[in-house]
Design a protein around this ligand. Structure first.
Ligand SMILES: [Zn+2]
Length: 116
């Protein structure tokens, strides 16, 4: 039995190779472009916040500070809900990462700021 297959973009019936998904290059391109745009919309907001956090940490680090209150005006705009990864360490303080920076949160402060 031959299953009838259709272009994922325009719905035109497909013939030829059984792994074919699109009727033509144009349909393949517009399908992938649309999904790329969706992905971009979905990630842009979070990426912007993470990059802003990273820039603030970079400035604090460059100023030689390794501990700073989250209320300090030099961290204005910092959003502590966002980080790139977290390291849970038994018996030690949790370490948060924002790209190449890592730190602990203690008493409303970013502490032990390090650059990797
Ligand atoms: Zn098509």
């Amino acid at each position: 039995m031959v299953m009838e297959r259709f272009c994922r973009e325009c719905g035109a019936p497909l013939s030829g190779r059984s792994d074919k998904q699109f009727c033509c290059g144009e349909c393949r391109t517009s399908y992938h472009n649309r999904n790329y745009d969706k992905e971009k919309k979905g990630t842009a907001g979070v990426n912007r916040i993470l990059k802003a956090n990273r820039r603030l940490l970079e400035a604090v680090y460059a100023a030689g500070l390794r501990r700073i209150s989250l209320k300090d005006k030099r961290l204005r705009g910092y959003d502590e809900r966002y980080f790139t990864s977290v390291e849970h360490r038994p018996l030690r303080r949790t370490r948060y990462y924002c790209y190449e920076f890592s730190f602990q949160i203690r008493g409303g402060c970013i502490c032990a700021l390090a650059k990797h």
